[in-house]
Ligand binder design. Structure first.
Ligand code: URA
Length: 193
């Protein structure tokens, strides 16, 4: 466990000093923090979102804004506590104006997520949104099974003993109330583990 904490702290230090990132200057100018991730390093379940929003960048905590509130509701619905899971994103700094992360940013920050997956060794990786679904599938060499998120959501993809569970990003329920029930239904798959 000490080793896991040290490895995660090393990732944090590297991210703090990640001047190669096109998002670094924006972070410094706005007194934002990189969002490394939060939760149990021994968790069987890891959630991977896209990139921090404003609130997350201001606090350094993943999913603590409006999307996070809905994520909390979904976690409670399957009897999971935040502290029992690990929550992170692919891109660790906030892209300006809440835009989608670029391919370049995903490529640059992806190796940090790869290392976090190595450290935590989750049995289940629940991806939130299409960017993290596609990234995690590629991470495990499952790119030939990538489907549009509209087809993939709520299914389970296996890599050995690891299950990848693509879910819609919780933000979709904020823009489209009808999606709320679909997300809550898809989340039930996590009840089984
Ligand atoms: N959206 C994400 O993808 N990640 C967060 O941490 C917050 C909002």
């Amino acid at each position: 466990m000490k080793k896991k904490i040290e490895l995660m702290k090393k990732i944090e230090r590297e991210l703090i000093d990640f001047k190669q990132s096109p998002l670094y200057k924006y972070r410094i100018e706005n007194k934002f923090f990189p969002v490394v991730g939060e939760g149990s390093l021994n968790s069987k379940i890891m959630f991977v979102g896209e990139a921090p929003g404003k609130k997350e960048a201001q606090t350094g905590k993943p999913f603590c804004g409006a999307s996070g509130k809905f994520l909390d509701i979904m976690l409670v619905s399957v009897n999971l506590k935040r502290e029992d899971v690990y929550i992170t994103n692919i891109v660790k700094d906030r892209p300006e104006d809440n835009r989608d992360p670029s391919a370049e940013e995903i490529k640059l920050y992806g190796p940090f997520l790869d290392r976090q997956i190595e450290i935590i060794q989750p049995k289940i990786i629940a991806t939130l949104g299409r960017f993290s679904f596609e990234y995690v599938m590629r991470h495990f060499g499952l790119e030939n099974q990538i489907e549009p998120i509209s087809k993939a959501h709520g299914k389970s993809y296996a890599y050995g003993k690891v299950k990848i569970i693509p879910l819609y990003h919780p933000a979709v329920a904020l823009y489209n109330g009808g999606m709320r029930e679909i997300l809550l239904k898809d989340f039930k798959i996590l009840n089984k583990w």
